[in-house]
Design a protein around this ligand. Sequence first.
Ligand SMILES: [Zn+2]
Length: 152
Amino acid sequence: MAIKIPRTVIAEMISHSLEDDPEECCGFLLGTGDEVTRLRRAKNVDKQKIRRYSMDPIEVMDIQQDADTNGVRFVAIYHSHTYTQAHPSETDINNAVDSGWTDPYYVLVSLVEKTRPIVRAFTIHEDKRVEEIVITTDGQAYRGANGPESHA
Ligand SMILES: [Zn+2]
């Protein structure tokens, strides 16, 4: 299993994460099947934006309508971790399962190393198991923002 994300979309996710740092950012990766074609940012309206994210429900409705109108789906939900690794937290896992949104993948951007953001993708199963998914970009396995070697 793999999620295909164009390099431009990965770059946009990292920009969004850096712009909102130290607060967490969030949004959707839209596309068909497991292939992402574009990104939609969503506003983080959580009270503790440094440690959590909650998407603005009005914006989510708008993005859902955008997806329906254009025949694309939510391939993934992305958000940043500004102080922790690119792995879903306990809260992320509970939120995914409680909200029933276990169909989209979860893409995490970690800014623990500001000069070298790490991007990883996961499936969160209904039984709260978390499984890492390979990210491919331009036909190759994605190995991080700046270099050929993986920090995973
Ligand atoms: Zn998180």
